[in-house]
Design a protein around this ligand. Structure first.
Ligand SMILES: O=C(O)COP(=O)(O)O
Ligand SMILES: [Mg+2]
Length: 230
């Protein structure tokens, strides 16, 4: 049975507009974790996946902020990326008359430590130019634009997590939906994009499921338990 690295938004959730978790994923993740390690790998800030682990009663094995923050047993918390540059981009974006787009309070960024998230209804082009000026890139997850360091991603996060858990990244099963999952798919041994995934994620994945969202996640688990390592 392969250890699992799983995305949250678009993968464990119900629909694009209903970002609540599908209740079936709770039992599925708990059952999986009894047989192999489960890593939550997300673009969300650190408290979101950590709380998910807490309420699933799973060990804290977390890749947050697209690899910007990881939490595992022996290494503890790591921070990767260029938070100063990300803050400078956010300041310059605001100074140019734009807004991060989350309203008040901005809970998308309140706990964010290494990158900045901008709502996807905000203008992308000025954000991309400012990010490039500061040596950063913008990743579109379908839920937010993430301004992040180009050399930090869920794949580098998985390297940290795998080493901690005593696995190779290539032993992992990865399931996700967006371009922020592409590097994770590249480094994992077996990867599934759910049917609602964007083109980048679909191209990077070994397999695209028939079903979307949580149905696709459950389909991937079924498929992997047949085809994956015993
Ligand atoms: O919320 C986002 O932008 C992305 O989150 P995800 O990586 O869990 O899909
Ligand atoms: Mg996602």
């Amino acid at each position: 049975m392969r250890p699992l690295a799983v995305d949250i938004d678009g993968t464990l959730t119900r629909t694009h507009d209903d970002v609540g978790l599908d209740p079936r994923v709770f039992d599925a993740l708990r059952a999986y974790a009894e047989r192999a390690p489960v890593v939550i790998a997300t673009g969300k800030a650190f408290p979101f996946p950590t709380a998910l682990c807490r309420y699933l009663n799973l060990p804290n094995r977390v890749i947050a902020e697209n690899g910007g923050v990881t939490l595992c047993e022996s290494v503890g918390i790591t921070h990767n990326g260029d938070p100063e540059a990300a803050t400078a981009v956010a300041d310059a974006y605001r100074a140019a008359g734009y807004d991060l787009g989350w309203g008040t309070p901005d809970l998308a960024n309140y706990w964010r430590e290494t990158e900045v998230a901008v709502a996807i209804d905000q203008p992308l082009e000025p954000l991309e130019s400012l990010a490039a000026e500061h040596g950063l890139e913008v990743v579109d997850t379908g839920y937010a634009y993430h301004v992040k360091a180009p050399n930090v991603d869920k794949g580098t996060g998985l390297e940290t997590m795998a080493a901690d858990l005593g696995y190779e990244p290539s032993e992992f099963l990865a399931i996700g939906d967006s371009e922020n999952d592409a590097e994770l798919f590249d480094i994992a041994g077996e990867s599934y994009a759910v049917a609602n995934a964007d083109d980048t994620a679909k191209a990077a994945a070994d397999t695209v499921t028939e079903a979307g969202f949580a149905d696709g996640f459950l389909e991937a688990l079924d498929h992997a338990s047949v085809d994956g390592a015993a």
